[in-house]
Design a binder for this molecule. Structure first.
Ligand SMILES: C[S@@+](CC[C@H](N)C(=O)[O-])C[C@H]1O[C@@H](n2cnc3c(N)ncnc32)[C@H](O)[C@@H]1O
Length: 365
């Protein structure tokens, strides 16, 4: 049996496929709502209050946090229904060990709740996007405010803090010895400087210069460096103090930012001018492929990433007239290699690091 569509279309509707489509669409709404609940769980310290794994009732959680039991009851039931918390019977819910790693333990490399800390600001931008679809012009990262910069920091920091210095840098031939001896380093698109702060602490004889477009990120980065007591970390706004073109840097890094830039090819050319002939450039960017088909087949998070692109990455990359607009899944290995060679780099080598979303490359003049 077929049910006619209400839009005047002649196409027949299969009731089973209709149910599946409605489930898919409302499943997506469920994901957004669960994300809002994860944001609250993180912001209110609820996951941290459940660390250790002891199953709790909403009343016990209220005792631990001083929050309203009725609100916590609804939240905890939602989290149980969504499978984020485990229901153990008798109105008790528990955070599993894995849940604790992802949601409560900020020092764990798998900690992911940080990505939810600017969820409200990210979603609020949707109101401004119909205009972008008309004009073609996107919005830079600063539209997400100071919370946006702080959220990106919390999202990316666990990897930088636990793996950049001990695991990733030793894999880049020769760089650790040169950093120990003292090197001028640039981190382009440095955000709030978490990577520079980790490296600045580990290599006190080296000097780290961050180049960033976001004023919120720079302000927070300077405060972060001051709090860490580091005098070998400095921040520069790219419009006022662009990357120098005198080949002074022995090491350059770009972490998850080339695909966000309006002129990534120009940035790569700028990095070539800034880097010493015996220097090297470590690139981290989102793992992706040249075709839509490969991205969808090989990346289980493709839908989330294409959406993130509309909300943030591609929007940033289109935030100036003529922007390249690569977007989240836009910087595939072939394109990076092409841009690097056109800028005068001669070696582009893939670096295999176990990372859930990033691909790494070592690029040399
Ligand atoms: C996803 S964030 C990554 C920040 C940082 N590298 C990290 O891993 O935490 C991308 C950053 O690129 C910055 N960005 C975009 N265009 C830029 C440009 N032309 N020059 C410097 N930074 C830029 C944005 O402001 C944003 O802070």
């Amino acid at each position: 049996m077929s049910v006619e569509s209400g839009s005047g279309s002649e196409r027949a509707i299969d009731p089973d496929a209709l149910r599946d489509m409605a489930r898919k669409v409302f499943g997506a709404f469920g994901g957004a709502v669960t994300s809002a609940m994860i944001y609250l769980g993180d912001a209110l310290g609820l996951y941290r209050a459940m660390a250790g794994g002891e199953p709790v009732t909403s009343a016990e959680l209220a005792d631990r946090t001083g929050l309203s039991e009725r609100w916590l009851r609804e939240w905890i039931q939602q989290q149980g229904a969504a499978g984020v918390l485990e229901y153990r019977g008798d109105d008790r819910f528990a955070l599993t060990a894995e849940g604790e790693a992802v949601l409560a333990d900020e020092s764990h490399p798998a900690f992911g709740a940080g990505f939810f800390s600017h969820f409200p600001q990210t979603m609020a931008v949707a109101e401004r996007l119909p205009e972008a679809f008309q004009s073609g012009l996107g919005l830079p990262y600063d539209v997400f405010g100071a919370e946006g910069a702080a959220g990106i920091e919390r999202g990316f920091a666990p990897w930088f803090r636990s793996l950049l210095v001990p695991m990733a840098l030793p894999r880049v031939d020769g760089v650790v010895a040169r950093l120990e001896a003292g090197l001028e380093v640039a981190d382009v698109g440095c955000g709030t400087g978490v990577a520079m702060i980790e490296m600045g602490r580990a290599f006190p004889k080296s000097t780290f210069h961050g180049y960033e477009l976001s004023r919120h990120a720079i302000e927070r980065g300077r405060a972060n460096a001051a709090e860490a007591g580091l005098s070998n970390v400095a921040f520069h706004h790219v419009d006022e103090e662009p990357l120098p073109d005198d080949g002074r840097f022995g090491f350059v890094t770009t972490f998850d930012c080339l695909h966000d830039m309006t002129d990534p090819a120009g940035a790569v050319a700028g990095i070539r001018r800034a880097i010493a002939d015996d220097g090297c450039w470590l690139v981290a960017d989102i793992k992706c492929h040249a075709s839509y088909e490969e991205n969808v087949a090989q990346n289980p998070m493709a839908a989330m990433m294409y959406g993130t692109s509309v909300m943030t990455c591609m929007s940033s990359a289109l935030s100036e007239e003529g922007g390249a607009g690569l977007g989240t899944l836009g910087l595939h290995p072939g394109l990076l290699e092409q841009m690097a060679r056109e800028a005068g780099f001669r070696e582009v080598e893939s670096l295999e690091l176990d990372h859930p979303v990033n691909a790494f490359y070592v690029v040399r003049p």
